[in-house]
Design a protein around this ligand. Sequence first.
Ligand SMILES: Cc1cc2nc3c(=O)[nH]c(=O)nc-3n(C[C@H](O)[C@H](O)[C@H](O)COP(=O)(O)OP(=O)(O)OC[C@H]3O[C@@H](n4cnc5c(N)ncnc54)[C@H](O)[C@@H]3O)c2cc1C
Length: 280
Amino acid sequence: MRPRPFRLLRPETLEEALAARREWGDRSALLAGGQSLVPAMNAGRHRPEVVIDLKGIAGWGGVHADDTSLTIGALATHERVARLGAADLPTELAQVPEVARATAPHPVRVRGTVVGNLTAGFRGAAWPAVLGAYGARVGMRHVERGVAAVGVHEAPGLASEGWIATEIVVPAGHRIGRAEVRVRASGRSYRVTCAMAHHAGGGADVWLCGLTSSATHDRVEDLSDDDLTHLAQGRAGQVEASPRRTESGADPETDERDLWHAATRTVLRRARTELEENTR
Ligand SMILES: Cc1cc2nc3c(=O)[nH]c(=O)nc-3n(C[C@H](O)[C@H](O)[C@H](O)COP(=O)(O)OP(=O)(O)OC[C@H]3O[C@@H](n4cnc5c(N)ncnc54)[C@H](O)[C@@H]3O)c2cc1C
C-alpha cells in the first residue's frame, strides 16, 4: 500500500519543529529514522497530513558519556550507540551498547533511533525495559508547556500529545541484570525482555517488556506488583496471571499463555542471576 499524500516539513531547529507541531497538531507526525513511522504510514495505520522531518536539526545525532551518565541525542541511531566501546562508558552502563547491537537487523539499526524506539511505544523492544531499569529520563519540550524530564514509559504518551523528545539521559547509578527470550507460538514470534535493578529500599525494581502482539503484551500488564515481586524472588510457581480478553473478545490460546509464562519465568530468573553477578 502507498501512504496518502502528505506535506514534508524540514525544520532546522527545535523551535521550528515546535512551531510546526503547534500549527499542525495531531494532523502532523514527527519523523526520525522512519523505521516505525514509514511502515505504519504504508500500511495505512498512520495517515498524517504533514510529516515533520527532524533529521535537519543539528547536534541531535550524538552520544556523550562522562563518569556519571550517558546522553543519547534524539537522532542517535541504534548503530551509533552499538559502536560505543566499554572504555567510552562508566562500568555500570556496559550493557547499553549490547542492547543496541541486539536491536533489529543492521539496515534498521543504521537508520532507526533509540528515541524513536521509545516514543513509538514498541513493546517488543528491549530499550524501554533496560533504560527503565537504569532509571533513564527522557528530555522533552512542548511549545506551550515548556521542558520536562520524564520516565521512559511516559514518553510515548507525551509524544502523542505534541511533546518533542530531545535526548535520553542514562545515569550511571545502577548496575542492572538483563535477559531476553524469543518464543514462537501459533506462527507468531514473541520476545520477552526483563531488566532489573536493585531498589534503594532493598529488593529489585523489575521492568518487563513484552511481545509483539497486543494480546500478549496485555498479559505483561496483567501481572500485579505482588506477582512481579514473587517472580523476582524466584517463586515463579505461585503466579497465575489471568490474561485479559483480547480486543476481539476471545481469550488467548492456552499454549501461547503457557509459553509466555515459561518465557517470563526464564527472563526473570536469568535477569536476577545477572543482577546478582553484576552487583557482587
Ligand atoms: C524490519 C524491522 C525490524 C525491527 N526490529 C526491531 C527489534 O528487533 N527491536 C526493536 O527494538 N525495534 C525494532 N524495530 C524498530 C526500530 O527499532 C525503529 O528504529 C524504532 O522503533 C523507531 O525509531 P525511528 O527513529 O525509526 O523512529 P520513527 O519511525 O521515525 O518514529 C517512530 C515514532 O516516534 C515518534 N518520534 C520520533 N522521534 C521523536 C521525537 N524526537 N520526539 C517525539 N516523538 C518522536 C514518531 O513521530 C513516530 O510516532 C524494527 C523495525 C523494522 C522496520
